[in-house]
Write a protein that binds this ligand. Structure first.
Ligand code: NAD
Length: 258
């Protein structure tokens, strides 16, 4: 079988948190195009339902929407139960939901700091742990966490200490779980995107105004697009990446190289 066929995900079952829009939607669409059934997990059930219908109608795989807040363990567990009731197994988990807050470190309240860490780091822990506990029983599975180039560099000029700390945490969480599960068939990797043109950036008034400054610093002179993260997502989900675990894939147009 050629490499393109071996990269297909036919018959697999995947979930994507934060899958309703942006990077998560691009990832869910990509794995569905490669043949995987998919659960779109999001707090925003209306948008998640729209995305699931769009994927089912245009691609033909089974796609369902599940409402869950990744910071609430009971909701994460219920999400896993729904997936197992619907599909009978879980092959691929994309722990992708995240938020950004741009507040100077000297002014950030404990509550604001905790909120970012809770969604971006604890949320990834809870969803990847719940997925792993299914996959460890199966003896196989692939977990892919969305980190960020902010886990490697400090973005400027916007102040975002909690976000940067949370994403550095995701990278180390990923590597720690990869080591623990390595001999048990469960792989854990992360993707670290650079600036990508999604609502997180384009709809936030305080970030939108910075795009020209970022582009002036960017070696490629532009933002990335969500579709430019699709191939790495399909690769990590599938069996051709069986020797790939504990790795972080920086896809940032060389932004973090200097
Ligand atoms: P987005 O804001 O467009 O989408 C995020 C989705 O996550 C939304 O649908 C939202 O409803 C959902 N969500 C938020 N909190 C949630 C929670 N507690 N439980 C469940 N769902 C929740 O964002 P995006 O740009 O697509 O970002 C996706 C991921 O990629 C995030 O982890 C983000 O930090 C990361 N990232 C984004 C960029 C970028 O430039 N856009 C760069 C690097 C990393």
């Amino acid at each position: 079988m050629g490499i393109m066929e071996r990269m297909r995900l036919d018959g697999k079952v995947s979930f994507v948190t934060g899958g309703a829009r942006g990077i998560g939607k691009a990832i869910a669409t990509a794995v569905a195009e490669a043949g995987s059934h998919v659960a779109i997990v999001d707090m925003d059930i209306d948008e998640a339902t729209k995305t699931a219908h769009e994927i089912a109608d245009t691609i033909g795989v089974k796609a369902i929407a599940i409402q869950a807040d990744v910071t609430v363990k009971e909701e994460v567990d219920a999400m896993i139960s729904t997936i197992l009731d619907t599909f009978g197994k879980l092959d691929v988990a994309f722990c992708n939901a995240g938020i950004c807050m741009n507040i100077p470190a000297s002014e950030m309240t404990a509550e604001q700091f905790r909120k970012v860490i809770d969604i971006n780091l604890t949320g990834v822990f809870l969803t990847s742990q719940a997925a792993a506990n299914v996959m460890l029983k199966q003896g196989k599975g692939s977990i892919i966490n969305t980190a960020s180039m902010s886990g490697h560099i400090v973005n400027v000029p916007q102040p975002q200490c909690a976000y940067n700390a949370s994403k550095a945490g995701v990278i180390q969480l990923t590597k720690s779980m990869a080591i623990e599960f390595a001999k048990k068939g469960v792989r854990v990797n992360s993707i670290s995107p650079g600036y990508i043109g999604t609502d997180l950036v384009l709809e936030a008034p305080h970030l939108k105004v910075l795009i020209d400054q970022w582009n002036a610093m960017a070696p490629l002179g532009r933002l990335g697009r969500p579709d430019e993260l699709q191939a790495i997502a399909v690769y990590l989900a599938g069996d051709t990446s069986d020797f790939t675990t504990g790795s972080d894939f920086v896809i940032d147009g060389a932004f973090s190289c200097f």
